[in-house]
Design a protein around this ligand. Structure first.
Ligand SMILES: [Zn+2]
Length: 78
């Protein structure tokens, strides 16, 4: 089981889960949600993630900027 193994690049989640946006990120790209198509009928979107899917995490406003795991650990140690 992986723990706190999210990969961070320039303060953004590069591979892992962004808790502010509630999206999974793979190589800096936001993964699509898993909602079925029927939830996106008559111009309605199922969720925010559907809009964000395929975009670069760096270009999305509100993305969480995080310290690297190493930086967080050193902060805790102080
Ligand atoms: Zn959705």
């Amino acid at each position: 089981m992986r723990e706190s193994s999210d990969e961070i690049q320039d303060g953004f989640v590069w591979n892992g889960f962004d808790y502010d946006l509630q999206v999974w990120v793979s190589d800096g790209v936001i993964m699509p949600c898993a909602h079925p198509n029927w939830m996106r009928s008559s111009g309605k979107m199922c969720c925010l993630v559907y809009h964000l899917a395929g975009r670069l995490i760096k270009e999305v406003e509100g993305a969480k900027r995080r310290q690297s795991a190493l930086a967080i650990q050193s902060t805790i140690a102080e």
